[in-house]
Design a protein around this ligand. Structure first.
Ligand SMILES: [Zn+2]
Length: 187
């Protein structure tokens, strides 16, 4: 997943479906989901290439001056909640436990209000559940890869997690597939 407008226009893309190569600026764009996730497609074969995430704060902060006292209070409250939420989210590979096994598969699971990363019966991480949590999926997958290297062979989404992981955004399925392929070689 790519952050920020300015960077992604210059990002190099190579389509795996056909031979097309080019920059983000030359790609074809699809849905701009919840004004947060922009779909990026190959202009030649229409294959899925990427999702660009437009940060929540960008849009909120530019008109701060124009807000009423009430609107500003609400905004600050939202930011406080976001900070609390992020404080409970996995941010660093150091927060993960050491695992001794050679090769293993981890599961992305959902239990009540939590996303849980499990290995067999062991919960190795849990954090608050996020609707359309596929950007958390990628972030956590990257940290798992950083911590366990090639020993971790997959972060397999459990059936019970799919509704919240994908939400009602079809491209999230392609995106998770792409992350699993790139990080763990899962076809
Ligand atoms: Zn293509």
């Amino acid at each position: 997943m790519t952050l920020y407008y300015e960077e992604w226009k210059e990002k190099q893309y190579a389509c795996e479906e056909c031979d097309w190569k080019g920059t983000g600026a030359d790609c074809k764009y699809g849905l701009f989901h919840r004004k947060t996730f922009l779909e990026v497609y190959c202009p030649s074969c229409q294959g899925f290439l990427d999702l660009i995430v437009f940060p929540y704060k960008e849009s909120c902060h530019k008109d701060l001056e124009k807000l009423t006292e009430e609107q500003r209070r609400v905004l600050l409250e939202q930011e406080e909640q976001m900070k609390l939420y992020l404080g409970k989210c996995l941010q660093s590979a150091d927060q993960l436990p050491d695992l001794k096994d050679d090769d293993f598969i981890l599961v992305w699971d959902q239990v009540e209000g939590e996303t849980r990363i499990t290995k067999g019966d062991m919960v190795i991480w849990s954090e608050p559940l996020a609707y359309e949590g596929f950007d958390r999926y990628e972030k956590i997958a990257l940290l798992l890869k950083e911590k366990y290297g090639t020993r971790v062979k997959d972060l397999a989404p459990a059936d019970s997690s799919l509704l919240f992981l994908y939400g009602d955004f079809a491209s999230s399925i392609d995106y998770v597939k792409k992350v699993r392929k790139e990080l763990f070689g899962v076809m």
